[in-house]
Design a protein around this ligand. Structure first.
Ligand SMILES: Cc1cc2nc3c(=O)[nH]c(=O)nc-3n(C[C@H](O)[C@H](O)[C@H](O)COP(=O)(O)OP(=O)(O)OC[C@H]3O[C@@H](n4cnc5c(N)ncnc54)[C@H](O)[C@@H]3O)c2cc1C
Length: 415
């Protein structure tokens, strides 16, 4: 088939690669001049366990999470937030408490494992160093902190993953640079935890896809998609481009493109921040990933850099950075790993990006219900962790091949 993909973020590139592996002729249309310039640009890099990524799913920590109020609210409303954002937040709360929450978590867990396997296999095939680091610690200051990630630990254990409860001394043996000054009760340790550089992988995969014959058309903004037959209208072009099928991987913009086709996908831009700092001293830096579940901050090693991440803002915020959130990230990095990174402003990359998030945190993968239009979008806080698996599953679905897992939890019609 002739397949058009909208969007060259990590999800669009992975989808293009998998469809090309299956023998389709694939063209990717991207509005920016390069790949992975939007949400996939500087994500925190966490791959596994995907459910431990903060904001991965509404059902995580639902019993103890205050959404907007209290000392550590999960979200912050910023400039531009209006009725739509409040309504979305209400849907998130509803999804967290719904009878389907456990099913969604189980499906996300399965997709995370499947995707990790695919990501590992592909990076071995591409034979590149994607700055992988191993091991993940969830730091616990009090016994109550573990409530913030319930019921994930048991879910991971039930699926055969190792999650150990360890004391503070053992945590400091695993991450020797963890500051002794910070009061720590203990940690959860995921020895199979993994982080890597999403943008780097996306770029390598783009070239691998090109070698399989995929065409990338940059600076091409898709204004609309039509069906019967499937066409894409590119901004500035007279004639719509034809395809046998279209896959929407346009992150946040997928919802707007679908709206014009009559399908409402309740997606919100949940903005967050990453600070990337060059290593100062290896011995004082994290070796793997460390998560603070109360403040929802992650600190991960990426090659010769350390990346700290956090914040969840609803509203465009005028594109401005929130000083308090940035300060929290700086404090977390220098507090947990003093002397590990170079914190002078010239050496730090600050990035504010938007997680394209559906109310339960899970993506939409599969047929849209509109003829010839398929979806692989809305991966929220875990698009890097889920991209390779989602792409393989979608390719199998298009091929009518046996599925490695059921996709009901990812239907676009579940809302
Ligand atoms: C602060 C932060 C930390 C994160 N940390 C992690 C993490 O640790 N682990 C993890 O798994 N995930 C993480 N994520 C989430 C992850 O980055 C996203 O889920 C993922 O990048 C989404 O990929 P995507 O390809 O769907 O979207 P994008 O990367 O946004 O790609 C969509 C592409 O579509 C293009 N496009 C849009 N509209 C059009 C149009 N009309 N025509 C043509 N092209 C169009 C865009 O330009 C863009 O390139 C994080 C996100 C943020 C913001």
């Amino acid at each position: 088939m002739e397949i058009a993909i909208v969007g060259a973020g990590i999800v669009g590139i992975a989808t293009a690669y998998e469809l090309a592996c299956d023998g389709h002729r694939v063209t990717v249309y991207e509005q920016r001049s390069a790949a992975a310039e939007e949400a996939s640009f500087a994500s925190s890099g966490l791959l596994a366990p995907s459910l431990l990524i903060p904001w991965a799913a509404a059902g995580v920590g639902a019993a103890s999470t205050s959404l907007l109020w209290g000392r550590q609210p999960a979200f912050r409303m910023v400039r531009g937030a209006g009725r739509a954002e409040y309504a979305w937040l209400w849907s998130w709360r509803k999804a967290a408490r719904s009878a389907n929450a456990a099913t969604t978590l189980a499906a996300l867990e399965q997709l995370g494992r499947y995707s990790l396997e695919r990501t590992r296999k592909l990076s071995a095939e591409f034979d590149v160093d994607i700055e992988t680091s191993h091991g993940m610690l969830v730091l616990l200051r009090t016994k109550n902190d573990i409530r913030k990630i319930q019921p994930v630990p048991q879910l991971l254990r039930d699926s055969g993953q190792t999650i150990e409860e360890i004391d503070a001394d053992t945590a400091r043996l695993i991450e020797p640079a963890l500051s002794g000054d910070v009061a720590l009760l203990g940690a959860l340790h995921a020895p199979g935890g993994e982080s890597a550089n999403c943008r780097l992988f996306a770029q390598v995969m783009r070239y691998a896809a090109q070698e399989l014959g995929v065409s990338f058309v940059f600076n091409a903004r898709v204004e609309s998609v039509s069906t019967h037959p499937a066409t894409l209208q590119i901004a500035g072009e007279q004639t719509p481009r034809r395809a046998d099928a279209v896959v929407l991987c346009a992150g946040l913009a997928s919802a707007a493109l679908l709206q014009r086709l009559g399908l409402h996908l309740p997606m919100a831009a949940v903005h967050g921040y990453t600070l990337s700092a060059a290593l100062r001293e290896d011995l004082h830096a994290p070796q793997g990933t460390v998560i603070d579940p109360v403040h929802r901050i992650t600190i991960a090693r990426q090659g010769q850099r350390v990346r700290v991440s956090g914040g969840a803002e609803l509203g465009h915020g005028g594109g401005e950075h929130h000083p308090d959130t940035l300060q929290k990230l700086y404090s977390a990095l220098s507090g947990w790993f003093p002397g590990g990174a170079q914190l002078s402003p010239q050496k730090i990359q600050i990035w504010r990006g938007a997680r394209p998030t559906l109310p339960d945190g899970a993506p939409a993968i599969g047929p849209s219900g509109i003829p010839s239009v398929w979806l692989n979008t809305g991966h929220g806080a875990s698009g890097w962790a889920l991209a390779c698996g989602s792409a393989r599953l979608l390719a199998n679905q298009i091929a009518g091949a046996p599925m490695a897992m059921a996709l009901e939890a990812f239907s676009a019609h579940r809302f």
